[in-house]
Design a protein around this ligand. Structure first.
Ligand SMILES: *Cc1c(COP(=O)(O)O)cnc(C)c1O
Length: 223
């Protein structure tokens, strides 16, 4: 399945009703494919490799908003800090402290999402609820003045079982609501729920996603 303008417009109209943001996941795809969507107005793109992203940042239009959606090693944060728009994979206190440090060096405030482990698969990365609470309630969190939490992110289990996907997205939604109530009730910037990919984004939208990360449907399969 190749990308088509038609698919792009259809997805946009599906997102429109909820004012959700489309992050076009362009990992492994060459610049001309990215420019194809750019020319149709797309500005939010997602990548998960540091070297690939810095190369693309250098060579593509500067008004693209780059989202980093994969696990980020601490020693590579410095390469992204000058320009990254949003870190979806805020998956440990360690990476967030380093993001704060590098954001300060670049005189920026960088937005991030708390990535939660919601899938049944045994992934290494992401907060669980207790870890997120411990981090937010640690007094040193208040000192991280160069990063700003704007919401949550999660990935459902890769399965055909829609009931399971639904349950996992509901869990993420509940984490969002609880964090919002406990810590960010007055913070209008804390409002993003990044969930939904090519295979499960309609379910994610139904359950309140504000940001979907779609690659395959837009660009075709990755080799
Ligand atoms: C690759 C990736 C996506 C996009 O997946 P598709 O199934 O191609 O839409 C979304 N989120 C993350 C974190 C990814 O790594």
């Amino acid at each position: 399945m190749a990308s088509s303008a038609n698919t792009y417009q259809t997805i946009l109209s599906e997102l429109d009703a909820q004012e959700a943001t489309l992050v076009a996941v362009s990992k492994t795809k060459p610049n001309p494919a990215i420019l194809g969507l750019y020319e149709q107005g797309q500005r939010d793109f997602g990548e998960n490799r540091v070297q690939e992203l810095t190369d693309k940042f250098e060579s593509l239009p500067k008004d693209i908003r780059w989202h980093f959606i994969g696990h980020l090693q601490t020693n590579k944060v410095k390469y992204l800090a000058p320009f990254i728009h949003l870190l979806h994979a805020g998956d440990s206190p360690r990476v967030l402290r380093e993001l704060n440090k590098q954001a300060a060096r670049n005189e920026r405030i960088i937005d991030f999402l708390f990535q939660f482990k919601i899938a049944e698969e045994d992934t290494k990365y992401g907060f669980d609820w207790e870890q997120a609470v411990a981090f937010l309630e640690d007094s040193s969190f208040q000192e991280l003045s160069n990063i700003r939490p704007v919401g949550v992110m999660g990935m459902a289990t890769f399965t055909e079982n829609n009931a399971q996907i639904r349950q996992e997205f509901t869990q993420l939604r509940t984490f969002f609501d609880q964090l919002k109530n406990r810590y960010f009730a007055q913070a209008n910037y804390f409002r993003e729920i990044s969930m939904g990919m090519s295979g499960d984004y309609p379910i994610a939208l139904e359950l309140g996603s504000t940001m979907v990360r779609i690659g395959t449907l837009l660009f075709g399969p990755r080799s």
